[in-house]
Design a protein around this ligand. Structure first.
Ligand SMILES: *Cc1c(COP(=O)(O)O)cnc(C)c1O
Length: 380
């Protein structure tokens, strides 16, 4: 018999009880080096913790299982994972297609760093697969996508983009941070690489920064592991342990994130002060049908626009009591923010600029009644 349900893997994959002590939880192997039994006589393959560490390895194996991949790799942050991936698969003269509304840090990595090293990039609205196909060049080595996107929650068709990438001999990379593997598994839809900021839903408690890559092809996994070790932006043992602890409850947390977000989207939709609610779970969302097909739930992020403009949006952000005003997302606690002035301030004046009347919620797992009441009180 195989026990491979998602929640079972989250708790057990890569996490067998310690062979020596029986410890049920993978220990924090807070060590940089390992004793050798004679020169080159490694116990269990460990020689130095940049190369491999048992706590990080447990996290890497668990994430690979959750994403249905061949290999997982743990990094110091989501951006470190992205940088390592891009310097592994792209070099001078290569071209990468990114989303028109890419995560700001991803956009900055391309525009301010990789461009200087000769990697060309182009931002394309990816809800239209034909626009992506039209942007492919002979030098295109990767199509980078995010779905849902931040903060407008656009949905892109992973299967369609995988087809376009593979026709061009390129990789499809999916930043799966917003959905988490519980709601969406891009590798099963044809993607080649999944990127995570584990800082968000995977860690889930706003207490650790981390990143991960999961790949379908073991050979690409080997190349990435070589670069991970060579460039060195690895997750430390304690960070890997915190993330692994968070992952154990991912399924139950995501169910509650989704349920609370659905209730909130519905409540905001009926409020006269709100002109538009952006949530893929709503039938009027342009990506609703696609999201219903490729995701198992619609996620915990909700954005909405205030009828009275930017001032009303700013006031709203400052008046909630349960929702904390702050950046980031994916933790158990609810957060509220004003993208135009906070997370997306750097997009002002660019094609990625977000509306000034927009408010973004990372809906937590507190009591749904309290969350709805808090938002309605702040709106009135
Ligand atoms: C936060 C985030 C990142 C970057 O991850 P860090 O852990 O902050 O480095 C990348 N992509 C998305 C979608 C994110 O939300």
């Amino acid at each position: 018999m195989t026990f491979d349900g998602f929640e079972t893997l989250a708790i057990h994959a890569g996490q067998e009880a310690d062979t020596e002590t029986g410890a049920v939880v993978v220990p924090i192997y807070q060590t940089s080096t390992y004793a050798q039994d004679g020169v080159g006589g490694l116990r269990g393959g460990y020689e130095y913790s940049r190369t491999a560490n048992p706590t990080r390895k447990a996290l890497e194996e668990c994430l690979a299982a959750l994403e249905a991949g061949a290999r997982g790799l743990g990094f110091a942050s989501g951006m470190a994972a992205e940088d390592t991936l891009l310097r592994t698969v792209a070099g001078p003269g290569d071209h990468v297609i990114i989303p028109g509304d890419a995560y700001g840090g991803t956009f900055r990595l391309f525009s301010k760093v990789l461009e200087r090293w000769g990697v060309a990039w182009e931002a394309v609205p990816q809800t239209d697969p034909d626009a992506v196909r039209a942007a492919v060049r002979p030098e295109t080595v990767a199509i980078w996508t995010e779905t849902p996107t931040n903060p407008l929650l656009n949905i892109t068709d992973i299967e369609a983009l995988a087809g376009i990438a593979h026709d061009a001999g390129a990789l499809l990379v999916v930043d799966n941070t917003f959905a988490s593997p519980y709601l969406q598994r891009p590798l099963t839809l044809g993607a080649d690489v999944v990127v995570h900021s584990t800082t968000k839903y995977l860690g889930g408690h706003s207490d650790v920064v981390g990143g991960a890559l999961v790949v379908a092809d073991p050979e690409l996994g080997e190349r990435l592991a070589f670069h991970q070790n060579t460039m060195g932006a690895v997750a430390g043992p304690f960070d890997a342990w915190l993330t692994l602890r968070g992952v154990k409850t991912l399924g139950v947390r995501m169910d509650r994130h989704c349920a609370n977000a659905e209730r909130i989207a519905d409540a905001l939709r009926h409020h006269p002060g709100v002109s538009e609610v952006v949530y893929p779970g709503l039938a009027e969302h342009p990506g609703h049908k696609l999201a219903a097909r490729q995701m198992r739930g619609f996620g915990g992020m909700v954005s909405f626009r205030l009828r009275d403009g930017e001032k009303a949006a700013l006031r709203m952000c400052e008046r909630t009591q349960v929702f904390t005003l702050g950046e980031s997302l994916g933790g158990v606690e609810s957060l509220i923010e004003h993208p135009a002035r906070m997370t997306h301030a750097s997009t002002a004046g660019s094609p990625l600029e977000v509306p000034a009347d927009l408010v973004r919620l990372s809906v937590g797992i507190e009591s749904g009644d309290d969350l709805v009441a808090d938002l309605l009180a702040a709106l009135d």
